[in-house]
Design a protein around this ligand. Structure first.
Ligand code: TYD
Length: 147
């Protein structure tokens, strides 16, 4: 897999919460996400995690090129981000807040509430070769050394 330039230079500072618009009607809320408007990429894939058993952890990988927006469509969970040097835990629990995760960031997904639905908008279709699933390999590929 060719490694894009962002992979090596990205830090936690490049990951951020995006406030998504929330339109309220008497019959509830609606949030829409447009390519290039609320998010800085074109969505090629949407997927969602659901029916996650209590205590389970998901994620545990980084991407070479993919960026994504993670939304708690229902319920709550924690996203633990690591750029190889610094770590940050972010709780998502509002459907109108999305977490932008850029390439070259290790992520773990924890503390899912019962019935939580984790929605992802991804900049690429699914390609297993874009994943790094071993944390040491991630650090070596990002920094060239085993830190
Ligand atoms: P994975 O990305 O490892 O899950 P998570 O990081 O949420 O724990 O994916 C789990 C399995 O699902 C893996 O075998 C590949 C498959 N999968 C697809 O086929 N397409 C997809 O878009 C995704 C995200 C996963």
């Amino acid at each position: 897999m060719e490694i894009g330039s962002v992979f090596k230079t990205s830090t936690l500072g490049n990951c951020k919460i995006i406030d998504l618009p929330k339109f309220t009607t008497s019959a509830g809320h609606i949030t829409a996400i447009n390519n290039g408007i609320e998010i800085p990429f074109d969505t090629k894939r949407v997927y969602y995690l659901y029916d996650i058993p209590s205590g389970e952890t998901r994620g545990g990988h980084a991407h070479y090129n993919l960026q994504q927006l993670i939304v708690a469509a229902t319920g709550s969970f924690d996203v633990v981000l690591h750029d190889g040097q610094n770590k940050r835990r972010i709780t998502l629990n509002q459907p109108n807040k999305g977490l932008l995760v850029v390439p070259g960031i290790w992520r773990e997904l924890e503390n899912f509430s019962a019935g939580a639905v984790l929605l992802v908008l991804a900049s690429e279709i699914y390609v297993e070769l874009d994943y790094i699933r071993d944390k040491n390999s991630f650090k070596i590929k990002k920094y060239g050394i085993n830190i």
